[in-house]
Design a protein around this ligand. Structure first.
Ligand code: NAD
Length: 432
Protein backbone atom coordinates (compact mmCIF):
# COMPACT_ATOMS: atom_id res chain seq x y z
CA UNK A 1 0.00 0.00 0.00
CA UNK A 2 1.20 3.55 -0.69
CA UNK A 3 0.99 5.60 2.48
CA UNK A 4 1.63 9.26 3.25
CA UNK A 5 2.14 10.19 6.91
CA UNK A 6 1.79 13.83 7.93
CA UNK A 7 3.94 14.62 10.97
CA UNK A 8 7.16 12.81 11.86
CA UNK A 9 7.02 13.17 15.65
CA UNK A 10 6.78 10.55 18.39
CA UNK A 11 3.75 8.97 16.68
CA UNK A 12 4.37 9.67 12.99
CA UNK A 13 7.94 8.45 12.78
CA UNK A 14 7.56 5.06 14.55
CA UNK A 15 4.31 4.52 12.62
CA UNK A 16 6.04 5.31 9.33
CA UNK A 17 8.96 3.02 10.10
CA UNK A 18 6.64 0.24 11.29
CA UNK A 19 4.39 0.44 8.22
CA UNK A 20 7.43 0.39 5.94
CA UNK A 21 8.72 -2.69 7.76
CA UNK A 22 5.37 -4.37 7.01
CA UNK A 23 6.14 -3.86 3.31
CA UNK A 24 4.29 -0.64 2.53
CA UNK A 25 5.72 2.22 0.53
CA UNK A 26 5.78 5.10 3.03
CA UNK A 27 6.40 8.81 2.57
CA UNK A 28 6.77 10.77 5.82
CA UNK A 29 5.93 14.45 5.50
CA UNK A 30 6.88 17.17 7.95
CA UNK A 31 6.65 20.91 7.67
CA UNK A 32 9.90 21.36 9.60
CA UNK A 33 12.70 21.31 7.01
CA UNK A 34 15.39 20.76 9.68
CA UNK A 35 13.70 17.52 10.77
CA UNK A 36 13.38 16.26 7.22
CA UNK A 37 17.00 17.20 6.44
CA UNK A 38 18.21 15.15 9.42
CA UNK A 39 16.04 12.17 8.45
CA UNK A 40 17.11 12.38 4.81
CA UNK A 41 20.71 12.43 5.98
CA UNK A 42 20.05 9.02 7.56
CA UNK A 43 19.82 10.17 11.17
CA UNK A 44 16.98 9.61 13.57
CA UNK A 45 15.28 12.61 15.25
CA UNK A 46 14.01 10.99 18.44
CA UNK A 47 14.89 8.11 20.73
CA UNK A 48 12.75 4.97 20.78
CA UNK A 49 14.11 1.55 21.59
CA UNK A 50 14.74 -0.40 18.37
CA UNK A 51 13.64 2.40 16.05
CA UNK A 52 17.01 3.34 14.63
CA UNK A 53 17.82 -0.13 13.25
CA UNK A 54 14.42 -0.45 11.54
CA UNK A 55 14.70 3.10 10.21
CA UNK A 56 18.06 2.38 8.52
CA UNK A 57 16.85 -0.98 7.18
CA UNK A 58 13.74 0.44 5.54
CA UNK A 59 15.46 3.51 4.12
CA UNK A 60 18.10 1.21 2.63
CA UNK A 61 15.48 -1.10 1.16
CA UNK A 62 13.73 1.88 -0.44
CA UNK A 63 10.37 1.71 1.36
CA UNK A 64 10.77 4.78 3.60
CA UNK A 65 11.05 8.33 2.25
CA UNK A 66 11.01 11.81 3.76
CA UNK A 67 9.81 15.10 2.35
CA UNK A 68 8.51 18.54 3.24
CA UNK A 69 6.25 18.42 0.18
CA UNK A 70 2.61 17.58 0.87
CA UNK A 71 2.14 16.89 -2.84
CA UNK A 72 4.92 14.30 -2.93
CA UNK A 73 3.51 12.46 0.05
CA UNK A 74 -0.20 12.60 -0.81
CA UNK A 75 -0.76 12.45 -4.56
CA UNK A 76 0.02 8.75 -4.98
CA UNK A 77 -1.19 7.59 -1.58
CA UNK A 78 -3.98 5.07 -0.97
CA UNK A 79 -3.92 6.09 2.67
CA UNK A 80 -2.93 9.40 4.26
CA UNK A 81 -2.34 9.33 8.01
CA UNK A 82 -2.52 12.56 9.99
CA UNK A 83 -0.16 12.44 12.99
CA UNK A 84 0.36 16.11 13.80
CA UNK A 85 0.26 17.56 17.30
CA UNK A 86 -2.93 18.56 19.15
CA UNK A 87 -1.42 20.55 22.05
CA UNK A 88 -3.55 22.26 24.67
CA UNK A 89 -4.84 25.65 23.64
CA UNK A 90 -2.90 28.21 25.69
CA UNK A 91 -6.07 29.80 27.10
CA UNK A 92 -8.96 27.31 27.09
CA UNK A 93 -6.82 24.12 27.42
CA UNK A 94 -9.03 22.38 24.84
CA UNK A 95 -7.15 20.52 22.09
CA UNK A 96 -5.75 23.13 19.74
CA UNK A 97 -6.82 22.05 16.28
CA UNK A 98 -4.74 24.45 14.21
CA UNK A 99 -2.26 21.79 13.02
CA UNK A 100 -5.04 19.33 12.17
CA UNK A 101 -7.00 21.92 10.23
CA UNK A 102 -3.87 23.09 8.40
CA UNK A 103 -2.92 19.51 7.48
CA UNK A 104 -6.44 18.70 6.23
CA UNK A 105 -6.57 21.86 4.14
CA UNK A 106 -3.07 21.37 2.73
CA UNK A 107 -3.58 17.71 1.79
CA UNK A 108 -7.01 18.20 0.18
CA UNK A 109 -5.84 19.52 -3.19
CA UNK A 110 -3.45 16.62 -3.77
CA UNK A 111 -5.92 13.77 -3.23
CA UNK A 112 -5.90 11.68 -6.36
CA UNK A 113 -8.17 8.64 -6.78
CA UNK A 114 -9.94 7.03 -3.83
CA UNK A 115 -7.97 7.79 -0.64
CA UNK A 116 -8.58 7.08 3.02
CA UNK A 117 -7.57 9.95 5.30
CA UNK A 118 -6.97 8.52 8.78
CA UNK A 119 -6.45 10.54 11.94
CA UNK A 120 -3.90 9.08 14.36
CA UNK A 121 -3.63 12.35 16.25
CA UNK A 122 -5.75 12.46 19.40
CA UNK A 123 -8.67 14.65 18.38
CA UNK A 124 -11.93 15.83 19.97
CA UNK A 125 -15.14 14.07 19.12
CA UNK A 126 -16.52 15.37 15.83
CA UNK A 127 -13.10 16.15 14.30
CA UNK A 128 -13.63 13.55 11.56
CA UNK A 129 -16.67 15.53 10.43
CA UNK A 130 -14.64 18.76 10.44
CA UNK A 131 -11.82 17.23 8.40
CA UNK A 132 -14.34 15.86 5.92
CA UNK A 133 -15.93 19.30 5.53
CA UNK A 134 -12.56 21.05 5.16
CA UNK A 135 -11.43 18.65 2.43
CA UNK A 136 -14.76 18.87 0.57
CA UNK A 137 -14.63 22.66 0.67
CA UNK A 138 -11.10 22.75 -0.73
CA UNK A 139 -11.55 19.93 -3.24
CA UNK A 140 -15.27 19.24 -3.95
CA UNK A 141 -14.47 16.39 -6.38
CA UNK A 142 -12.12 14.44 -4.12
CA UNK A 143 -12.99 10.75 -3.64
CA UNK A 144 -12.14 10.02 0.00
CA UNK A 145 -13.25 8.79 3.41
CA UNK A 146 -12.11 10.07 6.78
CA UNK A 147 -11.34 7.43 9.38
CA UNK A 148 -10.44 7.73 13.07
CA UNK A 149 -7.49 5.48 13.91
CA UNK A 150 -6.47 6.41 17.44
CA UNK A 151 -2.93 5.63 18.48
CA UNK A 152 -2.35 3.74 21.72
CA UNK A 153 1.42 3.33 21.60
CA UNK A 154 3.38 3.95 24.76
CA UNK A 155 6.36 6.23 24.36
CA UNK A 156 9.49 4.28 25.13
CA UNK A 157 7.84 1.13 23.73
CA UNK A 158 6.60 2.56 20.44
CA UNK A 159 8.26 -0.05 18.22
CA UNK A 160 7.17 -2.94 20.42
CA UNK A 161 3.63 -1.58 20.60
CA UNK A 162 3.46 -1.04 16.85
CA UNK A 163 4.18 -4.71 16.18
CA UNK A 164 2.20 -6.04 19.16
CA UNK A 165 -0.89 -3.84 19.51
CA UNK A 166 -3.30 -5.07 22.17
CA UNK A 167 -6.17 -3.63 20.15
CA UNK A 168 -6.76 -1.66 16.98
CA UNK A 169 -9.69 0.72 17.11
CA UNK A 170 -11.13 1.92 13.83
CA UNK A 171 -13.81 4.56 13.52
CA UNK A 172 -15.04 4.27 9.96
CA UNK A 173 -18.40 5.13 8.49
CA UNK A 174 -18.07 3.30 5.14
CA UNK A 175 -17.34 -0.31 4.16
CA UNK A 176 -14.83 0.83 1.53
CA UNK A 177 -12.73 2.64 4.16
CA UNK A 178 -12.99 -0.30 6.56
CA UNK A 179 -11.56 -2.58 3.86
CA UNK A 180 -8.52 -0.34 3.36
CA UNK A 181 -7.81 -0.42 7.10
CA UNK A 182 -8.39 -4.22 7.21
CA UNK A 183 -5.81 -4.58 4.46
CA UNK A 184 -3.38 -2.31 6.29
CA UNK A 185 -3.51 -4.39 9.45
CA UNK A 186 -3.71 -7.79 7.74
CA UNK A 187 -0.27 -8.77 9.11
CA UNK A 188 -1.76 -8.58 12.64
CA UNK A 189 -4.78 -10.75 11.82
CA UNK A 190 -5.37 -13.35 14.52
CA UNK A 191 -2.82 -11.65 16.78
CA UNK A 192 -4.88 -8.70 17.94
CA UNK A 193 -8.44 -7.54 18.31
CA UNK A 194 -9.69 -5.10 15.70
CA UNK A 195 -12.69 -3.10 16.81
CA UNK A 196 -14.78 -1.27 14.23
CA UNK A 197 -16.92 1.47 15.74
CA UNK A 198 -18.59 4.73 14.80
CA UNK A 199 -16.08 7.49 14.07
CA UNK A 200 -17.29 9.54 17.04
CA UNK A 201 -16.98 6.53 19.36
CA UNK A 202 -13.43 5.95 18.18
CA UNK A 203 -12.47 9.56 18.86
CA UNK A 204 -14.00 9.27 22.33
CA UNK A 205 -12.31 5.93 23.14
CA UNK A 206 -8.89 7.56 23.01
CA UNK A 207 -9.77 10.36 25.46
CA UNK A 208 -11.79 8.07 27.70
CA UNK A 209 -8.82 5.66 27.94
CA UNK A 210 -6.21 8.30 28.69
CA UNK A 211 -8.40 10.05 31.24
CA UNK A 212 -9.07 6.71 32.95
CA UNK A 213 -5.34 5.91 33.20
CA UNK A 214 -4.57 9.40 34.51
CA UNK A 215 -7.25 8.95 37.18
CA UNK A 216 -5.77 5.54 38.08
CA UNK A 217 -2.34 7.12 38.61
CA UNK A 218 -3.81 9.94 40.64
CA UNK A 219 -5.74 7.43 42.73
CA UNK A 220 -2.64 5.42 43.64
CA UNK A 221 -0.79 8.65 44.46
CA UNK A 222 -3.55 9.63 46.87
CA UNK A 223 -3.39 6.13 48.33
CA UNK A 224 0.38 6.63 48.77
CA UNK A 225 -0.31 9.75 50.83
CA UNK A 226 -2.65 7.66 52.96
CA UNK A 227 0.03 4.99 53.44
CA UNK A 228 2.53 7.61 54.57
CA UNK A 229 0.17 8.67 57.34
CA UNK A 230 -0.85 5.18 58.44
CA UNK A 231 2.29 3.03 58.29
CA UNK A 232 1.18 0.98 55.30
CA UNK A 233 3.52 0.50 52.31
CA UNK A 234 2.18 1.61 48.92
CA UNK A 235 4.26 -0.93 46.99
CA UNK A 236 2.65 -3.74 48.97
CA UNK A 237 -0.78 -2.17 48.64
CA UNK A 238 -0.34 -1.79 44.84
CA UNK A 239 0.79 -5.39 44.54
CA UNK A 240 -2.21 -6.59 46.49
CA UNK A 241 -4.61 -4.49 44.47
CA UNK A 242 -3.02 -5.41 41.15
CA UNK A 243 -3.58 -9.12 41.69
CA UNK A 244 -7.29 -8.43 41.37
CA UNK A 245 -7.89 -8.99 37.65
CA UNK A 246 -10.71 -6.45 37.73
CA UNK A 247 -8.15 -3.80 38.69
CA UNK A 248 -4.95 -5.02 37.00
CA UNK A 249 -1.42 -4.17 38.10
CA UNK A 250 -0.53 -1.51 35.54
CA UNK A 251 -0.55 2.22 36.24
CA UNK A 252 -0.48 1.47 39.93
CA UNK A 253 3.03 2.75 40.65
CA UNK A 254 2.89 5.71 43.00
CA UNK A 255 5.18 8.54 41.93
CA UNK A 256 5.60 12.25 41.34
CA UNK A 257 2.44 12.57 39.24
CA UNK A 258 1.55 11.74 35.65
CA UNK A 259 3.13 13.66 32.81
CA UNK A 260 4.13 13.39 29.17
CA UNK A 261 2.70 14.74 26.00
CA UNK A 262 -0.64 12.91 26.37
CA UNK A 263 -2.21 12.56 29.84
CA UNK A 264 -2.01 16.20 30.95
CA UNK A 265 -3.32 17.59 27.68
CA UNK A 266 -5.87 14.84 27.07
CA UNK A 267 -7.40 15.13 30.55
CA UNK A 268 -7.71 18.89 30.09
CA UNK A 269 -9.22 18.44 26.63
CA UNK A 270 -11.68 15.83 27.95
CA UNK A 271 -12.68 18.14 30.82
CA UNK A 272 -13.24 20.94 28.29
CA UNK A 273 -15.41 18.71 26.08
CA UNK A 274 -17.41 17.65 29.15
CA UNK A 275 -18.07 21.28 30.10
CA UNK A 276 -19.00 22.10 26.52
CA UNK A 277 -21.58 19.30 26.60
CA UNK A 278 -22.86 20.11 30.10
CA UNK A 279 -21.62 16.84 31.56
CA UNK A 280 -20.12 16.68 35.06
CA UNK A 281 -16.76 14.90 35.07
CA UNK A 282 -15.63 15.58 38.60
CA UNK A 283 -13.21 12.64 38.66
CA UNK A 284 -11.19 14.07 35.79
CA UNK A 285 -11.24 17.54 37.33
CA UNK A 286 -9.97 16.11 40.62
CA UNK A 287 -7.15 14.24 38.86
CA UNK A 288 -6.05 17.40 37.01
CA UNK A 289 -6.00 19.55 40.16
CA UNK A 290 -4.47 16.83 42.33
CA UNK A 291 -1.75 16.03 39.81
CA UNK A 292 -0.65 19.67 39.60
CA UNK A 293 -0.53 19.89 43.39
CA UNK A 294 1.45 16.65 43.60
CA UNK A 295 4.42 17.97 41.61
CA UNK A 296 4.54 21.06 43.81
CA UNK A 297 4.43 18.80 46.85
CA UNK A 298 7.38 16.73 45.53
CA UNK A 299 9.42 19.94 45.14
CA UNK A 300 8.53 20.87 48.73
CA UNK A 301 9.81 17.51 49.95
CA UNK A 302 13.12 18.08 48.18
CA UNK A 303 13.47 21.61 49.57
CA UNK A 304 12.57 20.42 53.06
CA UNK A 305 15.43 17.91 52.97
CA UNK A 306 17.98 20.73 52.48
CA UNK A 307 16.36 23.27 54.78
CA UNK A 308 19.02 25.08 56.76
CA UNK A 309 21.83 24.23 54.32
CA UNK A 310 23.32 27.33 52.75
CA UNK A 311 23.13 27.42 48.94
CA UNK A 312 22.27 23.72 48.71
CA UNK A 313 23.13 21.67 45.66
CA UNK A 314 20.28 19.49 44.39
CA UNK A 315 21.18 16.43 42.33
CA UNK A 316 18.41 15.29 39.98
CA UNK A 317 18.35 11.85 38.41
CA UNK A 318 15.82 11.65 35.59
CA UNK A 319 14.40 14.33 33.31
CA UNK A 320 12.28 12.39 30.80
CA UNK A 321 8.62 11.99 31.73
CA UNK A 322 9.18 8.25 31.98
CA UNK A 323 11.84 5.67 31.23
CA UNK A 324 12.57 4.53 27.69
CA UNK A 325 12.09 7.93 26.06
CA UNK A 326 13.92 11.22 25.60
CA UNK A 327 10.61 13.11 25.71
CA UNK A 328 10.50 15.79 28.42
CA UNK A 329 7.20 17.38 27.41
CA UNK A 330 5.10 17.91 30.55
CA UNK A 331 7.56 15.73 32.43
CA UNK A 332 6.94 15.83 36.20
CA UNK A 333 10.71 16.40 36.44
CA UNK A 334 10.36 19.63 34.45
CA UNK A 335 7.57 20.95 36.71
CA UNK A 336 9.42 19.95 39.86
CA UNK A 337 12.62 21.61 38.57
CA UNK A 338 10.64 24.76 37.68
CA UNK A 339 9.32 24.87 41.24
CA UNK A 340 12.81 24.34 42.66
CA UNK A 341 14.20 27.09 40.41
CA UNK A 342 11.57 29.48 41.71
CA UNK A 343 13.09 28.81 45.09
CA UNK A 344 16.52 29.71 43.67
CA UNK A 345 17.79 26.15 43.85
CA UNK A 346 21.14 25.15 42.44
CA UNK A 347 20.46 22.03 40.34
CA UNK A 348 22.62 19.51 38.50
CA UNK A 349 20.85 16.79 36.53
CA UNK A 350 21.48 13.60 34.61
CA UNK A 351 19.25 11.48 32.39
CA UNK A 352 20.45 8.53 30.27
CA UNK A 353 18.56 9.63 27.14
CA UNK A 354 16.94 13.01 27.64
CA UNK A 355 19.85 15.40 28.13
CA UNK A 356 19.36 16.96 24.67
CA UNK A 357 15.60 17.46 24.94
CA UNK A 358 15.90 18.72 28.54
CA UNK A 359 18.64 21.16 27.58
CA UNK A 360 16.37 22.47 24.81
CA UNK A 361 13.71 23.24 27.46
CA UNK A 362 15.86 24.31 30.41
CA UNK A 363 18.93 25.81 28.74
CA UNK A 364 21.49 27.05 31.25
CA UNK A 365 19.00 27.28 34.13
CA UNK A 366 20.52 24.07 35.52
CA UNK A 367 23.82 22.24 35.16
CA UNK A 368 24.16 18.90 33.41
CA UNK A 369 26.26 15.91 34.44
CA UNK A 370 27.67 13.10 32.31
CA UNK A 371 26.79 10.25 34.63
CA UNK A 372 24.66 9.38 37.62
CA UNK A 373 27.72 9.53 39.84
CA UNK A 374 28.97 12.87 38.54
CA UNK A 375 25.61 14.36 39.45
CA UNK A 376 26.14 13.32 43.09
CA UNK A 377 29.42 15.18 43.54
CA UNK A 378 29.02 17.50 46.55
CA UNK A 379 25.22 17.23 46.39
CA UNK A 380 23.13 17.98 49.46
CA UNK A 381 20.12 16.00 48.30
CA UNK A 382 19.46 13.47 45.57
CA UNK A 383 16.02 13.59 43.92
CA UNK A 384 15.08 10.63 41.72
CA UNK A 385 12.40 11.74 39.27
CA UNK A 386 12.32 9.18 36.41
CA UNK A 387 12.15 5.39 36.75
CA UNK A 388 15.19 4.46 34.62
CA UNK A 389 16.45 0.94 35.46
CA UNK A 390 20.00 2.28 35.53
CA UNK A 391 19.15 4.27 38.67
CA UNK A 392 18.03 1.14 40.52
CA UNK A 393 21.64 -0.01 40.39
CA UNK A 394 22.98 3.14 42.06
CA UNK A 395 25.85 2.16 44.37
CA UNK A 396 24.74 3.71 47.65
CA UNK A 397 28.14 3.22 49.28
CA UNK A 398 29.75 5.22 46.48
CA UNK A 399 27.01 7.82 46.90
CA UNK A 400 27.95 8.32 50.56
CA UNK A 401 31.48 9.22 49.48
CA UNK A 402 30.36 11.66 46.79
CA UNK A 403 27.54 13.56 48.47
CA UNK A 404 28.03 16.42 50.92
CA UNK A 405 24.83 15.64 52.82
CA UNK A 406 23.12 12.25 52.79
CA UNK A 407 19.56 13.07 51.71
CA UNK A 408 17.54 11.12 49.17
CA UNK A 409 14.03 11.89 47.96
CA UNK A 410 13.16 8.88 45.84
CA UNK A 411 10.01 9.88 43.97
CA UNK A 412 9.97 6.54 42.10
CA UNK A 413 10.76 4.10 44.93
CA UNK A 414 13.73 2.76 42.97
CA UNK A 415 16.25 2.37 45.76
CA UNK A 416 16.42 0.05 48.72
CA UNK A 417 15.24 2.39 51.48
CA UNK A 418 16.39 0.16 54.32
CA UNK A 419 19.89 -0.11 52.93
CA UNK A 420 20.02 3.65 52.36
CA UNK A 421 18.98 4.30 55.96
CA UNK A 422 21.51 1.78 57.26
CA UNK A 423 24.21 3.80 55.45
CA UNK A 424 23.08 6.94 57.24
CA UNK A 425 20.91 8.43 54.52
CA UNK A 426 17.85 10.45 55.34
CA UNK A 427 15.85 8.48 52.76
CA UNK A 428 12.27 9.27 51.81
CA UNK A 429 10.41 7.18 49.27
CA UNK A 430 6.79 7.48 48.21
CA UNK A 431 3.94 6.01 50.22
CA UNK A 432 6.11 4.37 52.85
P1 NAD B 1 4.97 15.71 17.81
O1 NAD B 1 4.86 17.13 18.20
O2 NAD B 1 6.11 14.89 18.29
O3 NAD B 1 4.97 15.60 16.23
C1 NAD B 1 4.08 16.31 15.40
C2 NAD B 1 4.81 16.60 14.09
O4 NAD B 1 3.87 17.11 13.15
C3 NAD B 1 5.89 17.67 14.20
O5 NAD B 1 7.11 17.16 13.69
C4 NAD B 1 5.39 18.82 13.34
O6 NAD B 1 6.41 19.54 12.70
C5 NAD B 1 4.51 18.09 12.36
N1 NAD B 1 3.47 18.91 11.70
C6 NAD B 1 2.57 19.74 12.28
N2 NAD B 1 1.77 20.26 11.34
C7 NAD B 1 2.15 19.77 10.14
C8 NAD B 1 1.70 19.93 8.80
N3 NAD B 1 0.67 20.71 8.50
N4 NAD B 1 2.35 19.28 7.83
C9 NAD B 1 3.39 18.47 8.11
N5 NAD B 1 3.85 18.27 9.36
C10 NAD B 1 3.24 18.91 10.37
O7 NAD B 1 3.59 15.04 18.25
P2 NAD B 1 3.36 13.51 18.70
O8 NAD B 1 3.81 13.28 20.10
O9 NAD B 1 3.85 12.61 17.63
O10 NAD B 1 1.76 13.48 18.74
C11 NAD B 1 0.99 13.57 17.56
C12 NAD B 1 -0.44 13.25 17.90
O11 NAD B 1 -0.56 11.89 18.35
C13 NAD B 1 -1.02 14.10 19.03
O12 NAD B 1 -2.38 14.36 18.75
C14 NAD B 1 -0.90 13.21 20.24
O13 NAD B 1 -1.86 13.51 21.22
C15 NAD B 1 -1.17 11.85 19.64
N6 NAD B 1 -0.57 10.74 20.38
C16 NAD B 1 0.69 10.84 20.87
C17 NAD B 1 1.25 9.77 21.56
C18 NAD B 1 2.65 9.86 22.11
O14 NAD B 1 3.03 8.92 22.81
N7 NAD B 1 3.40 10.90 21.84
C19 NAD B 1 0.52 8.58 21.74
C20 NAD B 1 -0.75 8.51 21.20
C21 NAD B 1 -1.28 9.59 20.52
Amino acid sequence: MKIGIIGTGYVGLPTGVGLAELGNDVVCIDREPQKIDVLKAGKITLYEDGLEELFHKNVKEGRLHFTTSMQEGVENADLVIIAVGTPPHPVTKEADMKYIHAAATELAVYLNGYTVVATKSTVPVGTGDDIEALIKKKNPFADFDVVSLPEFLREGFAVHDFFHPDRIVVGANTEKAKNVIRELYKPFEGQTQMLFVKRRSSETIKYASNAFLAIKIHYINEMANFCEKTGADIDEVSRGMGLDTRIGNRFLNAGPGYGGSCFPKDTMAMAFMARQNDVDMTLIDAAITGNTARKKEMAERILKAVKGIENPKIAVLGLAFKNGTDDCRESPAMDIIAELLENKANITAYDPKAMGTACYLLGDKIEYADSMYQVLQDADVLAILTEWDEFRKLDLEKATELMRHKNIIDCRNLLDGEKARSLGFNYKGIGK
